[in-house]
Design a protein around this ligand. Structure first.
Ligand SMILES: NC(=O)c1ccc[n+]([C@@H]2O[C@H](COP(=O)([O-])OP(=O)(O)OC[C@H]3O[C@@H](n4cnc5c(N)ncnc54)[C@H](OP(=O)(O)O)[C@@H]3O)[C@@H](O)[C@H]2O)c1
Length: 352
């Protein structure tokens, strides 16, 4: 094992997740030697700042992985599917943020606070980062699972526009600008839709609205996003039979996903004890004093790293169930930060 700082490639450095990744790489303790920035040919030659230095963006090509130890992929599924194996063939460990490999049995799905040991179990040379909605709750759920044994999750999400990438952010801002000045809007069916303009990546206007849909249509009427919450939670927690039911909803928030969770456990729970479990869990902050107006909201949580938990109640009807409200920045822990944490676990192998 050599003792040198490993070389990192960030593929998708110009996107919504990539932009946050550059900020995270600039502010966390540095574990990297060279950092290469990669995107589509459209962005080649652009200069982006990371660790206080300007770096030129390179177009994605096999040679960009030569000499690279870890390659992060913050790109659409199809691009990861084609290029993460290329990076792995050229000797890099690929850490992929897309949905391309998450359910591949030969690719670990890692949340360092929950299952960091899985990073070494990577026969394809690829490690997957979970979907942002799953990530916004799973650190807290992992802590509660260790304490009480999880039996079932019933989840409703309130997902931010940036979960649909830079196009989602731009669409929400454009729509908000169009509807903001007309104080008559929101009183007649269809008036917001007529005023909001382009729908962008959403199936209905997002400004002044909530949209009970994220992702694509899958079996039995579920969306792809809802199935990801179910399947990825099972894989990360190592509970293949966990009962999970999710309804994913998009709300007019730029960044930070929220989730309302009804969690049922093997053992009886107590709200104060659960609060203590969560308060001592790495990566979790409890903010739970409704009398003082203290609970997590996206406006207060955005830009921070932890999973925030509040409104913790033992179910009135079931002593084995808790009701909770969680918020997590979908571009930080929900994407870039978790990828950076996985990459740092791998980087430690090079300096061990
Ligand atoms: N947004 C979230 O909350 C979130 C959370 C978890 C995971 N993810 C996943 O992370 C990935 C990136 O999402 P995002 O929201 O950052 O998307 P985005 O804002 O649309 O950015 C996409 C990035 O991929 C690059 N790219 C696109 N096509 C390419 C190609 N053919 N070759 C090389 N680079 C290409 C783009 O480069 P150009 O600028 O040059 O086009 C850009 O850097 C997706 O798989 C997404 O599902 C997103």
């Amino acid at each position: 094992m050599s003792s040198r700082l490993p070389t990192l490639a960030v593929v998708g450095a110009t996107g919504a997740v990539g932009t946050v990744m550059l900020d995270i790489l600039s502010t966390r303790e540095n574990v990297w030697g060279e950092i290469r920035l990669v995107a589509s040919p459209r962005s080649a030659g652009k200069r982006l700042t990371v660790r206080g230095e300007e770096v030129e963006v390179q177009a994605l090509a096999p040679e960009v992985f030569d000499g690279v130890d870890v390659a992060m992929f913050d790109v659409p599924d199809a691009v990861s599917k084609e290029w993460a194996p290329v990076a792995a063939e050229r000797g890099a460990v690929a850490v992929d943020n897309s949905g391309a490999f998450r359910m591949d049995p030969d690719v670990p799905l890692v949340v360092p606070e929950v299952n960091a040991e899985q990073t070494r179990n990577r026969p394809r040379g690829i490690i997957s980062n979970p979907n942002c909605t799953t990530l916004s709750m799973i650190v807290a759920m992992g802590a509660l699972h260790r304490a009480y044994g999880l039996a079932e999750l019933v989840v409703a999400s309130y997902q931010a526009a940036s979960g649909a990438g830079q196009e989602g952010i731009d669409t929400l801002h454009d729509q908000l600008a169009k509807v903001a000045s007309d104080r008559t809007l929101g009183s007649r069916a269809g008036d917001v839709r007529a005023a909001a303009g382009e729908l962008g990546p959403f199936p209905a206007p997002l400004a002044m609205n909530v949209v009970p849909w994220a992702g694509s249509l899958k079996d039995d009427g579920y969306s792809s996003e809802e199935l990801k919450v179910r399947n990825e939670s099972r894989k990360i927690l190592g509970l293949p039979d966990l009962r999970v039911s999710a309804t994913c909803v998009r709300v007019p928030v730029v960044t930070t996903h929220s989730l309302s969770v009804h969690a049922t456990f093997e053992r009886e729970v107590d709200a104060d004890a659960a609060r203590a479990v969560l308060a001592s869990a790495p990566g979790v902050v409890v903010l739970d004093d409704p009398a003082a107006g203290e609970f997590p909201t996206p406006a207060d949580v955005v830009g921070t790293d932890p999973t925030w938990v509040g409104r913790i109640r033992r179910s009135i009807d079931d002593p084995r169930s808790l009701d909770l409200f969680l918020c997590g920045d979908n571009l930080r822990k929900g994407a870039a930060l978790n990828t950076a944490q996985i990459a740092e676990v791998v980087a430690a192998e090079f300096t061990a």
